[in-house]
Design a protein around this ligand. Structure first.
Ligand SMILES: Cc1cc2nc3c(=O)[nH]c(=O)nc-3n(C[C@H](O)[C@H](O)[C@H](O)COP(=O)(O)OP(=O)(O)OC[C@H]3O[C@@H](n4cnc5c(N)ncnc54)[C@H](O)[C@@H]3O)c2cc1C
Length: 415
């Protein structure tokens, strides 16, 4: 659906109809406030990032979209599997410390994002596809957005408040010079979808499989099974390693898969039916997650790293935190965006950051492949892997660095 093209003013303008934009706009509309979403592409469109975490389900449920998502027949997901040489470890998300959903789905994002956007429209959100936001001016009483449509028309719309949900488009950070470099090193990823034709006994379709490269411990692969027999596959490495591998992107990806013995077997008969995509330098940060009359959601704010599939969860958490604050502000109440949004959102992002750093320095691998694990500690780790990175009752959230370091020492001492 494309909404009316001659709207001049709205209470809330959302840039981007991806997961954070669809959920935030719906939560705001549910409170009787008008929302317009400008989305530059036409759905369904390809997007990377197909493995959800159970914590996501809470936000989808809040927005009244859980039934629609469940009805799509997406691949059930109950955990994560990790493989390094002959070592194999699994985490069952239902066996976790924090309360809440213990299972979720692995979703081709074109379809998933379309379901969320259609649900937003069903609940009264006005989404305009093919509308690219190109500029922004601030006035004391409102914000003015400039946009260009697919057929080249340029126009403006004013809003009382703007939510930037433009993902890697990072519209507001670019326009307002808010971008700040990520502290994580630049990494590259090659990825595609295949018909995996995988032997069932070697591939648990209910889990994401994360494989560590046999020689380079900071190089890893994802294998995300879908319900239709296809899988999303990808490799993450420092750019020089991909650059020095001969051939085009498909040849490079195949060569890396060949180097991992378990993937060589699982993907032996895989049919590559799509181009292989490449992304480099996707980790990003901003100087501030909010400002006068705007806030940044999901990837438009900070994006860490794909290894724990935290992207959509952080995006939906940001939407769920920001939406009621926007409603309060529109209704004339005062909002402390620093405390109520930025600090709260960054608590969970910082938990994931500790785990991401521990993954790349090898500490987390020592933990998950350790032969003896205490069940209560496993449940706490399982909670983080399931996305419950904001549950301050979990010691691995409250004191993530200290607890993780202590656990690493413990695991190493026992070897
Ligand atoms: C290699 C890789 C693998 C990943 N794997 C996972 C995973 O397994 N699980 C996971 O949860 N996350 C994963 N992620 C992260 C995940 O893809 C993102 O975190 C997530 O999509 C963020 O959602 P969002 O709503 O913030 O933005 P997006 O999903 O990117 O949506 C943004 C929308 O804004 C639109 N837009 C952009 N610019 C404009 C503009 N100027 N005007 C109007 N509209 C605009 C875009 O068209 C898009 O539809 C991965 C990321 C990478 C790089």
């Amino acid at each position: 659906m494309v909404g009316s093209t001659n709207i001049k003013h709205t209470s809330v303008l959302v840039i981007g109809a991806g997961p954070s934009g669809a959920i935030a706009s719906t939560l705001i509309k549910q409170q009787g406030i008008d929302v317009v979403v400008l989305e530059k592409s036409h759905f369904p469109r390809f997007s990377i990032g197909e493995s959800l975490l159970p914590q996501c389900m809470e936000f989808i449920e809040q927005a009244g979209m859980l039934e629609a998502v469940r009805n799509e027949g997406f691949q059930y997901k109950d955990g994560a599997a990790f493989c390094l040489d002959s070592k194999y470890a699994t985490f069952d998300f239902q066996d976790k410390f924090s309360p809440g959903h213990g299972t979720t789905f692995q979703v081709p994002r074109g379809r998933f994002d379309h379901v969320l956007a259609n649900e937003a429209i069903r609940q009264g959100v006005d989404i305009h596809y093919g509308y690219e936001t190109t500029g922004m001016d601030f006035f004391p009483e409102y914000v003015e957005l400039h946009y260009q449509t697919d057929n080249g028309d340029r126009n403006r719309i004013t809003a009382d408040f703007v939510l930037d949900a433009s993902g890697f488009g990072r519209v507001v950070p670019r326009l307002l010079n808010l971008e700040s470099p990520s502290h994580l090193p630049v990494r590259s990823s090659l990825f595609t979808h295949v018909t995996d034709n995988s032997p069932g006994d070697k591939y648990d379709r209910n889990k994401i499989l994360i494989t560590v490269h046999p020689e380079h411990k900071d190089v890893w692969y994802w294998t995300i099974p879908f319900s239709n027999g296809n899988s999303s596959i990808g490799v993450v490495a420092e750019p020089y390693l991909l650059d020095q591998t001969p051939g085009d992107n498909k040849a490079k990806l195949k060569e890396f898969i060949h180097q991992a013995p378990n993937l060589r077997k699982i993907l032996a008969n895989a049919e590559y039916f799509m181009d292989v995509g490449k992304l480099t330098g996707y980790s990003a940060d901003v100087k501030s997650l909010y400002g006068d009359r705007f806030a940044l959601l999901g990837n438009a704010g900070e994006f860490l790293d794909p290894v724990f599939s935290s992207g959509v969860t952080i995006a939906l958490k940001s939407a769920s935190l920001a939406a009621p604050l926007v409603v309060r502000q529109i209704n004339g109440d005062s909002v402390d965006w620093e405390k109520e949004y930025s600090v709260t959102l960054r608590q969970g992002i910082d938990t994931f950051r500790t785990f991401v750093n521990a993954w790349y320095d090898g500490h987390f691998q020592d933990i998950i492949f350790h032969p003896e694990q205490q069940s209560n500690v496993r449940a706490m780790i399982s909670s983080i892997l399931a996305g419950y990175a904001w549950d301050a009752n979990n010691p691995f959230v409250a004191e993530s660095k200290r607890r993780l370091n202590a656990l690493v020492e413990h695991c190493r001492g026992r070897h």
